[in-house]
Design a protein around this ligand. Structure first.
Ligand SMILES: [Zn+2]
Length: 290
């Protein structure tokens, strides 16, 4: 009789672990949490009149003008930091954090994360650790960790390697964008824009801003891709932001986007059972190669 009950109990527990008080780190969690096998495209902000401004590839000397423009409207944004840029501009990195923006990870050297990294896991790990070591000490305990892959290159094998690391698997990502990906024209009108391509075409910030504004209004919100490293970057923000503020758009950091919460590494995961994972990140990899 006893073994019959035990067998039944085992069956029920296997089917519904929550009923038996088991931790709920189910297969579903493993699929949803940690760095993803594929890029996260949906931020859920389109149609919500909410914007998450994201600035990639910095910091450098031009980032200050972007910060000035954001501060004028008390807007908090997300900065995807490149490691070698931050090494060269540590004061600017500190300023980004001090002004309430979210520091995020965009790799150490901005490589195309192709299959060559699958055979060289240490190099892949270094790409995230180098940035993490620099941003983690500047972040608040409640800040969340986000990663964006350079050029959008990503592979499932990368996720597997990074999710084996007790620290780096606390990142949510890779994060994509909704607006700012490319220039599109129709009947001579700029319908959408990408800042780096605007500057390549010698467009003014005013013209480039038209593309951003039209795309954002069409979508009624979204994650916006910009860069903070060009001489025109500050002027572009100064052109794009005021009309959107006037139109009542909400501005959020990526850690305020509800859609991303499903991808956060579960608290039940052993490596993140205690608090302040990013502080441990800084300690754990203080000797990463330069
Ligand atoms: Zn980039």
């Amino acid at each position: 009789m006893r073994s019959w009950i035990a067998a039944l109990f085992a069956l029920v527990c296997a089917a519904a672990p929550a009923l038996c008080g088991e931790p709920q780190a189910t297969a579903k969690d493993q699929q949803l949490a940690w760095l993803q096998k594929g890029t996260i495209f949906n931020a859920g902000l389109r149609g919500t009149h909410t914007i998450a401004l994201t600035f990639d590839d910095g910091p450098n000397a031009y980032t200050g003008a972007v910060l000035d423009a954001l501060r004028q409207y008390n807007i908090k944004a997300t900065f995807f930091i490149v490691g070698f840029m931050a090494h060269a501009h540590p004061a600017m990195l500190e300023r980004i954090a001090a002004e309430g923006h979210l520091l995020s990870n965009h790799s150490a050297t901005h490589p195309e994360l192709t299959s060559r990294f699958d055979d060289d896991p240490q190099t892949l790990l270094y790409q995230l650790r180098d940035v993490n070591n620099q941003i983690a000490p500047l972040m608040k305990q409640t800040d969340k960790l986000f990663f964006r892959a350079p050029y959008g290159y990503w592979r499932a094998a990368h996720a597997a390697i990074l999710n084996n690391d007790p620290v780096l698997r606390n990142y949510t990502g890779p994060i994509y964008w909704d607006e700012g990906g490319e220039i599109a024209m129709r009947d001579g009108y700029v319908m959408s824009a990408a800042d780096w391509d605007c500057w390549r075409h010698h467009w003014t910030p005013h013209v480039c801003a038209k593309g951003y504004l039209r795309e954002i209004r069409r979508d009624n919100g979204g994650v916006v891709l910009m860069h903070c490293i060009h001489s025109q970057s500050g002027a572009l923000v100064a052109e794009v932001v005021p009309p959107l503020v006037e139109e009542g758009y909400n501005f959020v950091r990526l850690d305020q986007v509800p859609e991303y919460q499903q991808y956060e590494t579960p608290p039940s995961a052993p490596a993140v059972a205690d608090a302040a994972p990013h502080r441990r990140i800084a300690l754990a990899f203080a000797t990463a190669p330069k």
